[in-house]
Design a protein around this ligand. Structure first.
Ligand SMILES: NC(=O)c1ccc[n+]([C@@H]2O[C@H](COP(=O)([O-])OP(=O)(O)OC[C@H]3O[C@@H](n4cnc5c(N)ncnc54)[C@H](O)[C@@H]3O)[C@@H](O)[C@H]2O)c1
Length: 333
């Protein structure tokens, strides 16, 4: 039985508590939040779970094996470091840390102590992303050309992070999982309109083999859109995460260029074949992810979304911030 302490019971924390607590091989024994309102909410949902307002009760408890950190990003590093130093595995919300340096330190510490880190890259455990990865692995799309995603809505404005740190970790973690090549450089532009942090941003990531990714994140959109296009040499797909059933549509479409008779003649031919919607598993991604982490701890396996994966995303976020400050200067990784 893995005994778990959860720090942070705001918006996302209750989902973490519910899923870990439902696992047969795990038990949430203590939840911490600085707010007393959270105590009432926890008591109503899970009367058997104890509550504390002091994170040290979790960090120092000899009977807790794993700590889930579900607090704002600027608190992750201190809490994660203390948990690792006290010999506990950690589950940390996205984005992993505020800086590359902090993430590297935590990865090194966990390695030295032989402890596991999982960073909550929830989307990797959705049926849609698993299906996309399977298709890429099987070569169904052919060589990849681009990854282009739109993640926009009205609000929720965060005061401690800009829209890139709030929304782009999802896309960057998916992109990192789907594209096998290592990102080479980042360009980001954006603007602040309301509360001193960027509320709209456009990120471009360059990869080897002419693969390019683009991510558009925006808190000022009148409509909510969660759409990603992935184009390959053989096929292209559109993933609309707001669709209830047919989330992914695969298009057997493409363009071929062949030389004509004259030296400068290029023959362009378009292929327009079938469109189909592969079946995607509908199980709650967070349940799949947290069950997997318990399994990784019990069977001493390294999660796909380990500290290194968290670090790669933070490296992209940091580079995007740097480019943003220089109004779109190319930042090499
Ligand atoms: N994976 C996802 O899809 C997803 C979705 C939402 C949020 N998140 C992440 O979850 C984290 C929390 O986000 P949220 O929206 O739940 O924020 P929130 O502000 O609603 O909740 C955070 C809670 O942490 C508590 N807290 C802060 N510092 C604390 C400390 N030192 N000790 C004890 N309690 C403390 C606050 O009182 C608050 O109740 C963020 O990193 C966010 O990016 C992830």
């Amino acid at each position: 039985m893995i005994r778990i302490g959860v720090i942070g019971y705001g918006y996302w924390g209750p989902n973490i508590v519910r899923n870990f607590h439902a696992h047969e091989g795990a038990e949430v024994v203590l939840v911490c939040d600085k707010s007393t309102k959270c105590q009432q909410r926890l008591h109503k949902a899970h009367p058997s779970i104890a509550f504390t307002m002091d994170a040290n009760d979790i960090l120092n408890s000899p009977s807790i094996d794993m700590v889930a950190i579900v607090t704002p990003v600027w608190t992750h590093y201190e809490l994660a470091k203390a948990a690792l130093e006290n010999g506990k595995h950690i589950f940390v919300e996205k984005p992993f840390t505020c800086s590359v340096q902090q993430a590297e330190e935590l990865v090194e510490l966990a390695n030295r102590k032989n402890l596991k880190i999982m960073v909550d890259h929830t989307f990797l455990f959705t049926g849609a992303v698993k299906k996309i990865r399977q298709m890429v692995d099987a070569g169904e799309l052919g060589d990849l050309y681009y990854y282009d995603s739109l993640r926009v809505n009205l609000g929720l404005f965060q005061h401690d992070v800009n829209v890139i740190w709030d929304l782009a970790p999802h896309d960057l973690s998916i992109m990192d999982y789907v594209i096998k090549e290592k990102a080479e450089a980042v360009v980001a532009t954006g603007e602040k309109h309301l509360n001193g942090v960027e509320d709209i941003a456009f990120i471009t990531v360059y990869f080897p083999k002419r693969i390019i990714a683009h991510i558009n994140v925006n808190w000022l959109s009148p409509v909510k859109v969660r759409t990603t296009l992935i184009g390959g040499e053989k096929k292209m797909l559109v993933w609309n995460d707001l669709e209830a059933d047919e989330k992914i549509k695969v298009y057997d479409k493409g363009v071929q260029m062949t030389n004509g008779e004259g030296v400068y003649d290029l023959l362009v031919s378009y292929r327009s074949g079938d469109v189909w919607a592969p079946k995607c598993d509908q199980t709650e991604a967070l349940k799949v992810e947290l069950d997997y982490f318990v399994d990784c701890i019990v069977n001493d396996r390294t999660p796909i979304n380990d500290g290194h994966a968290g670090l790669r995303v933070v490296r992209l976020l940091e580079a995007a911030d740097q480019s943003l400050k220089d109004r779109g200067k190319l930042v090499a990784l």
